[in-house]
Design a protein around this ligand. Structure first.
Ligand code: HEM
Length: 530
């Protein structure tokens, strides 16, 4: 085909013309500029160089965890009260106050360990991150679908992720590495019992629960606080897959859950979740057999009933995957007035980690991107410049002097907002600076209760998965995992031992791990092993 026939193809049918980023019309998008038809090419060919060099930079680093995911938009609608009791009794956060009040949301569902193009049918926790664009600025609730986590101290996060990620030499995900770490991490048992049951492979994103997992606080108008945990319940119901189901889905598509969400929203089937909150008085609750700030534990529902506070509907999908799914950035530090942190040692570490990675991954001005902006609040800062600075927030249409980019000033510029009704009212804290485990670890009880609550087919699947994976592990890892399982629930330990062809009394000689504290019930079970 000649140059003339390709050049200008499509002209005259009303479609807009292509330009480069400088606004210059592109008359020929098929041929570089060369000396003669057979080259050589010239170096001043701006249009070609711009095209190629932009392409060379199309990727930003994928998320170090939760790389594969899908974003959707919608709204959160508040219920305003529990029966006769207004929510304002417990939190002054504006988005929860009146019945029917709507707040825009962006949600990103994800898997954790695989890369950007990995399978969505993998056994993996699912991320459930919600950005509420409130009038007081953004609130991010960054949770998962399983309600608990592997560890309770943020300092262990890089290790647990390294163990779950592929081997650094062969790049193969290996049960031997995963269970090596887990066997030395008794607090992981509750998460493992969930993850290796069918709940570890949700059927898709519409049919899974979400949980805030970490403990947060609610703050009322007088500054009084309660501890809270958040739960998202899908109106669509919960559906999970066995290994076999997942293998079939995966044989067909690596991205079935993203596809399912796009197609459901396009059909007008807008998925919906109810948000429920569990609440406790804000102290350490010595009467409980677990610590309320421990994210490896759930709060018993009979003692702390989950109470509905609103519903969320997803009704729109992104127009651009990169701008809205790759660049969207959530963080546990992103809270609004009326919501607060607790001293949960995971939460503090997470709160540093999210914005730190986003400044690296997306860039220091990631909050200027449309998907991350506090679009329903007015943003006015004295932050300036940096890579890809897009504008000066607070400048235009404000009466203040944009030349005063500091505070305080008598000349102009921004001033501090009037204080909230009360000052900072945190608890008084005394204690030694230390490195210690929390006292009430109780690592097995809830894991065992979870096992007993499962349906028969779920237990069968769990036992099969553990047996299959542990058979691929080093003998020492296998024995230690069996020891933990026997402490979790005798039936679980005995069934996995049988599957592995191991006599359970062979693991009875194992001592508790260094520093491990056992409950009386654990000791009793251990004595029975011998
Ligand atoms: C994503 C760190 C624990 C849920 C991430 C990212 C990092 C991270 C660095 C990537 C963020 C990005 O590139 O934008 C940590 C650390 C943790 C921790 C240090 C523990 C100390 C958890 C827990 C949960 C969780 C317990 C669940 C409750 C998520 C979710 C995302 C995520 C949902 C994906 C957010 C998105 O869709 O963009 N985490 N994480 N993480 N994390 Fe965590």
């Amino acid at each position: 085909m000649t140059d003339a026939s390709t050049r200008g193809a499509g002209q005259g049918d009303g479609r807009p013309f292509l330009t480069n980023r400088q606004g210059h019309p592109v008359h020929d998008n098929q041929n570089q500029r060369t000396i003669g038809a057979r080259g050589p090419a010239t170096l001043e060919n701006y249009q070609f160089l711009e095209k190629i060099s932009h392409f060379d930079r199309e990727r930003v680093p994928e998320r170090v965890v939760h790389a594969r995911g899908v974003t959707a938009y919608g709204y959160f609608e508040a219920y305003g009260a529990w029966g006769d009791e207004p929510i304002s009794r417990y939190t002054r956060a504006k988005l929860f106050q009146e019945r029917g009040r709507r707040t825009d949301v962006a949600v990103r569902f994800s898997t954790v360990i695989g890369g950007r193009d990995s399978s969505e049918a993998a056994r993996d926790p699912r991320g459930f991150a919600v950005k509420f664009y409130t009038e007081d600025g953004n609130w991010d609730l960054v949770g998962n679908n399983l309600g608990v986590f592997f560890i309770r101290d943020a300092i262990k996060f890089p290790d647990v992720i390294h163990a779950l990620k592929p081997d650094p030499v062969t790049f193969e995900q290996k049960p031997g590495r995963i269970f090596d770490f887990m066997s030395q991490t008794p607090e992981a048992m509750h998460m493992l019992v969930n993850l290796f049951s069918p709940r570890g492979i949700p059927a898709d994103y519409r049919h899974m629960q979400g949980f805030g997992v970490n403990t947060y606080k609610w703050v009322d108008a007088d500054g009084n606080t309660k501890l809270v945990k958040y739960h998202w319940m899908p109106k669509q119901g919960v559906r999970s897959m066995t290994e076999e189901d997942a293998a079939n889905v995966q044989a067909d598509s690596l991205g079935h859950a993203t596809k399912d969400l796009y197609e459901a929203v396009a059909r007008g089937e807008h998925p919906e979740w109810e948000l429920l909150v569990q609440m406790m008085d804000d102290h350490d609750h010595p009467e409980l057999d677990f610590d309320p700030l421990d994210d490896t534990k759930t709060w018993p529902e009979q003692d702390f009933p989950p109470r509905p506070v609103g519903r969320m509907v997803l009704n729109r999908m992104p127009a651009n995957y990169f701008a809205e799914n790759e660049q969207i950035s959530f963080g546990t530090g992103v809270l609004v007035d009326g919501l607060d942190f607790s001293d949960d040692k995971m939460l503090v570490g997470r709160t540093f980690s999210y914005s730190d990675t986003q400044r690296y991954r997306v860039g220091p001005n990631y909050l200027q991107l449309p998907v991350n902006q506090a679009k329903n609040a007015r943003v006015r800062t004295n932050q300036r410049d940096g890579q890809m600075a897009y504008g000066v927030d607070g400048g235009e249409s404000d009466t203040h002097d944009p030349q005063v980019n500091y505070e305080p000033s008598i000349l102009g510029g921004l001033q501090e907002a009037p204080g909230p009704a009360h000052g900072e009212q945190g608890p008084e804290i005394t204690g030694r600076l230390t490195r210690e485990r929390i006292p009430r670890t109780n690592d097995y009880l809830q894991a065992g209760q979870r096992y007993l609550l499962m349906e028969e087919w779920e237990r069968d699947d769990l036992v099969r998965n553990f047996t299959d994976l542990l058979s691929q592990c080093d003998r020492r890892v296998r024995e230690r995992m069996l020891w933990h399982f026997l402490l979790v629930e005798n039936d679980l330990g005995l069934r996995v031992a049988e599957g592995l062809g191991v006599d359970p009394s062979e693991v009875a000689h194992l001592e508790p791990l260094p520093g491990q504290t056992l409950t009386e019930e654990d000791e009793r079970r251990l004595a029975n092993l011998g």
